[in-house]
Ligand binder design. Structure first.
Ligand code: GLU
Length: 476
């Protein structure tokens, strides 16, 4: 059975790259009817960020990337790692290192001066048993280092094909730190083995760690899993995706009001494509169509225009009812909003703004003119030099439009248009001189749907009330 895992370190927010790793690991498990495990790699206590374990799980759940097992916490499994570190020590595949920070710094400085690549020089491996015992008796703190063999290691990466590394280029990795906690390398290998992980899917930045892991598997007598290293995420200028150039936390995109369907669809394409022109994929469709063979080696460019486009698509695809449900929590955060502003026209209002909404966050401002009992008119908004609308024109337009609309029983776009066109012709003014003041009277906003649509969507009662109030205000 295929078993994959997502193994984040709780060091802050979930990076979009992390979300992609989780998504691919999830998709691969699901399409193979396998298991997807969540494991929290929290052995580095210094980098632990309060709350990150919770928010990580919330984000995964928000995207429906539900795990079958876990979360397991490495901090609760330290006995297991120590057991295997001791086994490696006993078998001479690892050794104690008593060097202090200063010793190591001095070593690096000497090596740099001699123009050789900095690397632990194994002085503690050579310690004779008496010296070693003396240090142990004196309780000198030590780390446990992996003894990296002087040989080549090869493995087949599902995305990168054959990979080769040589031991001469790899440092003797610390496996257990002086505080007794394991490093990422040891804990990761022990857990991947213990949890029966068959496929390790992770970012390219972990590639240099993989030879160390493969030697560890071998030294512990285990078969390594299959590896798939995902391409880096790049800014449009092909530099590594960084916070400086935009948002990199998955949560930022949720906060910006992108739909989860759009974000997931977008993330799925960061390094994968179906090999056809198709661009729209739901999570279920991705489970069916995703394949690691089609993941590219080269960096994947993070193109936000694509996300906007996808979001627009999924926004328009929603039923007004579903969209209304998604907007509701945002509305509830607005100071002007209260539940009793909701009436049976609400879904009509939502449908009307839906086509223009770029993100969920547009919802409250776009709905406000439909929902508010009274608009707090900004007189300046009525006036437009460009459209030749002064205060007298506003009053005139409203005075003429009101009685005509009052007698109109068929409140459809066409009937409204015909009715107002007649008024405009009779007055001998330009369209804008009538429509601009009406639009502002209806919404008190600079941008909104067109007047005919506004009138129809608001309905006769509300729209005429708005026009009368605006007229009173302008004449006051
Ligand atoms: N804890 C590592 C991370 O934060 C996991 C890397 C791996 O998947 O092996 O990404």
């Amino acid at each position: 059975m295929v078993v994959t895992r997502f193994a984040p370190s709780p060091t802050g927010f979930l990076h979009v790259g992390g979300l992609r790793t989780a998504l691919y690991a999830y998709l691969f498990a699901r399409q193979n009817k396998g298991k997807f495990i969540l494991r929290i790699e929290d052995t580095d206590q210094k980098r632990f960020v309060e709350g990150s374990v919770e928010s990580l799980q919330e984000v995964l759940k928000f995207f429906d990337l539900n795990w079958d097992e876990g979360p397991y916490f490495q901090s609760q499994r330290t006995e297991l790692y120590r057991k295997f570190a001791n086994q490696l020590l006993d078998e001479g595949k690892a050794y104690r290192c008593f060097c202090t920070e200063e010793d190591l710094e001095q070593m690096r400085a000497d090596q740099t001066a001699r123009k050789i690549a900095p690397k632990y020089d194994r002085r503690c491996r050579e310690l004779n048993p008496e010296k070693m015992q003396a240090k142990l008796d004196a309780k000198v703190p030590f780390v446990i280092r992996q003894f990296i063999p002087y040989e080549e290691v090869t493995f087949t990466d599902l995305i990168r094909d054959e990979m080769r590394f040589h031991g001469r280029d790899v440092d003797d990795q610390v496996l257990i730190k002086s505080d007794g906690f394991p490093t990422y390398h040891l804990a990761n290998v022990v857990d991947d083995h213990d949890m029966g992980i068959t496929h390790v899917i992770r970012g390219e930045e972990w590639l240099p760690s993989t030879p160390k892991h493969i030697w560890l598997y071998r030294d512990l007598g285990w078969t390594p899993p299959t590896f798939a290293h995902l391409p880096l995420l790049l800014n449009p200028d092909r530099t590594k995706l960084s916070k400086r150039q935009g948002d990199v936390a998955a949560e930022d995109y949720i906060k910006k009001g992108y739909l989860k369907e759009a974000i997931l669809n977008f993330i799925a394409f960061l390094g994968w494509n179906p090999g056809t022109e198709e661009e729209l994929f739901t999570l279920d469709q991705l489970v069916e169509r995703f394949s690691l063979d089609r993941v590219q080696k080269g960096g994947a460019v993070f193109n936000l225009e694509k996300l906007d486009w996808l979001n627009g698509h999924y926004m328009r695809e929603k039923s007004p009812k579903d969209l209304a449900e998604l907007i509701m929590p945002l509305l509830e955060r607005e100071p002007w909003f209260s539940k009793n502003l909701l009436n049976d026209q609400f879904l009509t209002f939502v449908a009307s703004v839906q086509t223009r909404m770029k993100s969920l966050n547009d919802g409250p401002a776009m709905l406000r003119p439909f929902l508010l009992e009274n608009l707090d008119y900004n007189e300046a908004l009525f006036l437009s030099e460009k459209m030749k609308v002064d205060k007298a024109m506003v009053a005139l337009a409203l005075e003429q439009a009101l009685p005509a609309l009052e007698t109109l029983n068929d409140y459809t776009d066409d009937a409204i248009k015909e009715c107002l066109t007649k008024v405009i012709e009779k007055m001998g003014v330009k369209n804008g001189q009538m429509l601009w003041p009406l639009r502002v009277a209806l919404t008190n906003e600079e941008y909104s749907p067109g007047v005919f649509e506004l009138l129809r969507v608001m309905g006769k009662e509300l729209s005429l009330k708005r026009l009368r109030t605006a007229l009173d205000k302008i004449k006051a």
